[in-house]
Design a protein around this ligand. Structure first.
Ligand code: BES
Ligand code: MN
Ligand code: ZN
Length: 495
């Protein structure tokens, strides 16, 4: 998508479609509609009087040959009662406008910039349009939405456009394209996204954006004594990969070193504790945490914050076979802690355990993990909100603040020593399940056991990785959540 700025007056802006925002109750009088000429607003006033335009949230009103404008069409997008100076709200409005126009064959649009919008607004609009323009339809050969928005113009209506706004548009493009990269990875079915192929994607992305990437195979994983991760991988004919990506800007201070760990189970059958057939296909998304971290790395490689970051993605397939690990098995994790396997479907925490031990060994001074870890978190928070866990309240707060800033819904759930009883083993140091009650908490705490005294925050994205319904501003399918939160965090850490 080409993104450009144009400064001519709206009256003279030749473009297939111009997009303005209107509010509920005053769609023809408020929002960026105010920047339009009196004759344009009069035409909109008539639509409003006729009851065709109320300005409700995401309501789209398309006016062809709008009086007073050189553009072929004017789209008024309703903000409802939302404050469109709020970047997350603006991002959604821009996404909804993009999806509406694209569905009607438009491939170019101009967004009317609010006079007082500033850089955050520009970034949000660019992000919204690029995210809204995405559909998970790669494998369709028929009935595919061929139209894409390939040019977005930011129309300043006579105002000068400074470098700050151009930089903001570029930031928006980088973040949204990284999020779409994550969505592409999550959307791939497991026959096209094995651990090997995920590692290839990581290598290719790293090469393209100048990151250092290392991929470890089965021998190296065994050599590191990653007995927990290995147990998950051993049942599959597809060999595991441990993906390691380094971002080390020379100007970064020695600390913190942020360690990002993403669960990379490319398919989760449950193993010997096999899952029911219904909905099992959804387990192709069980590498969403890993895909998130690769998207974050792609973004920061371009945004270049002065902070050192390492990403580790343990990638494996959880399969039943004659080689599988079994309930009752005892495995020794890389940390030395022994784990009794009570359920082979609680595999994510095993892979994360060794990945966290490893990333600490690589020098991470804080660990953030993202994982589609539990069905339990979806019972607690649905697929709207990510569960956030951690003992270190300062880092939990940082994550929650970044989430709030970008509009990713996250909510802290507790960790507490009293839950430890639930995942004690009779014969080993830990058991890999803590029962049904508080399942998201005991899973998180199990993972946290391997962070030791390193500050650690866990994001359970089992619900938020995927949207089962189409939103006006976002396609059904992979969401790319929580790429934005983590990019915001990393780009706001450096002083
Ligand atoms: N990958 C699943 C969790 C999951 C469920 C992700 C639904 C996305 C949607 C995880 O590996 C799993 O199977 N967890 C079990 C744990 C249980 C066996 C203790 C679960 O949540 O049922
Ligand atoms: Mn599982
Ligand atoms: Zn899983």
């Amino acid at each position: 998508m080409t993104i450009d700025f144009r400064t001519e007056s709206l009256a003279k802006l030749a473009c297939p479609a111009v997009i303005a925002v209107g509010f509920e109750g005053h769609p023809a009088a408020a929002g960026t509609v105010e920047a339009l000429l009196p004759e344009t607003r009069q035409a909109l006033g008539e639509l409003q009087a006729a009851g065709e335009m109320a300005g409700k949230a995401y309501e789209c009103t398309l006016l062809h040959r709008p009086p007073g404008l050189a553009a072929r069409a004017l789209l008024v997008i309703g903000a409802g009662k939302q404050d469109p100076s709020n970047p997350p709200a603006l991002r959604r409005l821009a996404g909804a406008a993009a999806r509406y126009l694209r569905a009607r064959g438009f491939s170019e649009a101009a967004w009317v910039m609010p006079a007082a919008g500033g850089a955050a607004a520009v970034q949000a609009v660019v992000e919204g349009v690029i995210l809204g323009d995405y559909d998970a339809d790669r494998y369709r050969t028929e009935g595919k939405n061929e139209k894409r928005i390939d040019r977005l113009t930011l129309a300043s209506n006579g105002a000068a456009v400074g470098d700050d706004l151009r930089a903001a548009a570029e930031r928006g493009r980088i973040v949204a394209e990284a999020q779409n990269f994550t969505r592409d990875l999550v959307n791939e079915p497991s026959n096209r996204m094995t651990p090997r192929l995920l590692a290839e994607q990581a290598l290719r992305m790293s090469q393209r954006f100048g990151l250092q990437c290392q991929v470890l195979g089965p021998e190296e994983i065994r050599g590191l004594k990653m007995g927990a991760f290995w147990a998950v991988a051993q049942g599959s004919d597809e060999p595991p990969r441990l993906i390691v990506v380094h971002y080390t800007p020379p100007e970064a201070p020695p600390a913190p070193v942020v360690g990002l760990v993403g669960k990379g189970v490319t398919f989760d059958t449950g193993g010997i504790s096999i899952k029911p057939a219904a909905d099992m296909h959804e387990m192709k998304t069980d590498m969403a945490g890993g895909a998130t971290m690769l998207g974050v790395m792609q973004a920061i490689a371009q945004l270049r914050p002065a902070v050192r970051v390492i990403a580790v993605v343990p990638a494996a397939e959880n399969m039943p076979s004659g080689k599988s690990y079994k309930p009752g098995d005892v495995v020794t994790s890389m940390s030395g802690k022994t784990i009794e396997i009570l359920n082979t479907d609680a595999e994510g925490r095993l892979a994360l355990a060794d990945a966290i031990t490893y990333i600490r060994q690589l020098g991470a001074t804080v660990v953030i993990d993202a994982a589609t870890l539990t069905g339990a978190v979806t019972i607690a928070l649905g697929n709207i909100t990510t569960g956030v866990f951690g003992w270190n309240k300062e880092w939990v707060k940082r994550v929650l603040e970044s989430a709030a800033a970008v509009g990713d819904r996250m909510w802290e759930l507790p960790v507490d020593d009293d839950y430890r009883e639930q995942y004690k083993s009779m014969i080993a140091d830990l058991a890999n399940t803590g029962g049904r009650y508080g399942g998201a908490i005991t899973a998180a705490m199990f993972v946290g056991e391997f962070a030791g005294d390193t500050p650690w925050v866990h994001l359970d994205i089992a619900g938020t990785r995927w949207s089962n319904e189409e939103k006006p501003y976002l396609a059904k399918g992979p969401t790319g959540h929580p790429v934005q939160t983590l990019v915001h965090l990393l780009t706001h850490l450096a002083p």
